[in-house]
Design a protein around this ligand. Structure first.
Ligand code: UDP
Ligand code: MG
Length: 319
């Protein structure tokens, strides 16, 4: 029999004081079962992403209350976002297998045994979940989400799967690959696709969170989608150059046309409305292209500053 293996569960938490105890309770009962059946040790890394409620206190209280779970917690100095939370968790996870989960029970811990089983018996490096429906979501949000996935997959070589949740169970090798990506703008759905490895997709039906509210507004999702596109595709930049070229050609043809027309038929002053339209149109395209370049420049600027992705204020992990 080989040495006991460990499964780490990484949980980013932002204002989850209500959900967290429920989640840990469920997770510990799953852990008890798996400890017996697979002799697997469980480690949990809770990342408090600058919560403004009692989340951190709850973490401290619960840290020793769920027997087979070895609970570690990290608390950020402010809210750095879910991606930073996930990264901190992955960096501190020591397990041979690492799962990433939400604290709101939308990712049911009861799926873990099945996911683990798959990694044991089949030739996959990670098991990921994707929801099969977008039920319970405002229709307009679903519409834009679909548009986003269609667009980003067309313009990016990295596969970004529609409906993929951040609930995954990975082998150590994949976790190390993810940690080797030092970028500041982290878009996990793209990162998972970029590192490759063999992924088994488990479809499951979406469930609503047990308590609290989603932290994503429509606007924050919109900004996040732009981040995703900029991080994993440079096609918008090419579009800007292609549009520039096309407009140069059109302008050249128009120039010749207008020159000879004036030569042959004289210049009756006319056509102010069409001129105004052309100027406004081209002005708009120019601003759009500048905006696109600005997005990439802004990201480059942030990357070159090499700021830390998060700052730890308090933790029970000794470095
Ligand atoms: N989360 C976080 N930092 C944030 C926003 C969210 O750590 O700034 C955590 C949150 O506590 C939850 C997970 O990320 O565990 C998913 O958030 P949420 O449920 O709001 O997103 P949804 O499930 O609606 O996509
Ligand atoms: Mg959720």
């Amino acid at each position: 029999m080989n040495a006991q293996q460990t499964l780490s569960v990484v949980v980013p938490c932002f204002n989850e004081e209500e959900s967290l105890p429920l989640f840990l309770k469920e997770l510990s009962s799953v852990a008890k079962k798996m400890e017996v059946e697979h002799s697997l040790a469980f480690e949990v890394i809770l990342v408090d992403d600058g919560s403004t409620d009692r989340t951190l206190d709850v973490m401290k209280e619960q840290a020793s209350a769920h027997d087979p779970l070895a609970i570690k917690w990290i608390s950020f100095s402010r809210n750095f976002g879910k991606e930073a939370g996930l990264l901190a968790g992955l960096q501190h996870a020591t397990g041979d297998y690492v799962a990433t989960m939400d604290a709101d029970m939308q990712d049911p811990p009861s799926l873990l045994p099945q996911m683990y089983e798959i990694l044991q018996t089949e030739d996959y490096d990670n098991v990921a979940t994707r929801r099969t429906t977008r039920q319970g979501e405002p229709p307009i949000r679903s519409f834009f989400a679909r548009m986003f996935y269609r667009l980003v997959n067309r313009i990016s070589k990295t596969e970004i799967v529609d409906g993929a949740r951040d609930f995954r169970l990975m082998r150590r090798s994949m976790v190390d690959a993810i940690l080797s990506m030092p970028e500041y703008n982290r878009f996990s759905k793209g990162i998972y696709g970029w590192v490759g490895f063999k992924t088994k997709w488990l479809p499951y039906v979406n469930v609503n969170r047990v308590a609290g509210e989603t932290k994503w507004s429509f606007f924050s999702l919109l900004l996040y989608s732009i981040d995703g596109i900029v991080a994993f595709s440079t096609v918008p930049l090419s579009i800007a150059s292609v549009m520039g070229t096309i407009f140069c050609i059109v302008a050249f043809i128009a120039l010749i046309f207008i020159f000879f027309r004036a030569l042959l038929f004289g210049d009756a002053v006319q056509g102010w409305p069409s001129l105004a339209c052309i100027i406004i149109f081209i002005g708009g395209i120019q601003l759009l292209c500048l905006g696109i370049m600005g997005q990439y420049l802004a990201k480059t600027y942030l990357e070159t500053k090499h700021r830390p992705l998060y700052i730890v204020r308090e933790s029970n992990i000794d470095e």
